[in-house]
Design a protein around this ligand. Sequence first.
Ligand code: ADP
Length: 166
Amino acid sequence: MAPDRHLAVYPGTFDPPTYGHLDILTRSRRLFDRVIVGIGRNPEKRPSFTVEERMAMLEAAIDEAEITGVQVEAFDGLTADFAHERGAAAIVRALRSVTDFELEFALDIANSKLAPDLETVLLIARPEYTHLSSTFVRQAAEQGRRLIPGSVPPSVEQYLRKRYGF
Ligand code: ADP
C-alpha cells in the first residue's frame, strides 16, 4: 500500500514533553493533515517517566495547546517500522544544533534503507526553543527542584512538581 501523503509520524522520547516539542508538532500540522506522535519506549535511555505518564502529559499538553489532528501512540522497535506500519509518508524530526544534525543525518540514511518509501522531514527549531531539551528540564527539576521558565506547559509542570516534590 502506498504511504499516505497526508500522514506523518513525529517520534521521540518526550521525557518530558516541552514547548519545543509542541512547536514542532504545531508546525508539522501545517504540512500534514494528521500527525501521530510516537513515544519510543527506548528502555536503553532509562526514561524518568513511564510511557503511560509521557502519553498522558502529551495528550494534556496537546489539548491545552488546542492542536488538532494529532494522535499519541507508544511504540517498540524501530521508528521506520512504526511509521511504515501506520502508512505514514514521513517522519518529522527537528534540528536544534549541529549535534542534532549529525544524528539525524545518520538516522535518515539507515531509515531510507529500511523503508525506502519514507521521507524524513527536518524542521529547524525556532530560536526561542533551540536551547530547550527534556534533559535540561529534568535535571533542573530533579537536582534544583525548579522549573526552567517557559520550558513546559502547565500540564507537564504538574507532573514534574509531583515527581520531584516542589
Ligand atoms: P529523541 O530521544 O528521539 O531525540 P526527544 O524527545 O529528545 O527524543 O526529541 C524528539 C524530537 O523533538 C527530536 O527531533 C528533537 O530534535 C526534537 N526536539 C526536542 N527538543 C526540542 C526543542 N526544544 N525544539 C525543537 N525540537 C525539539
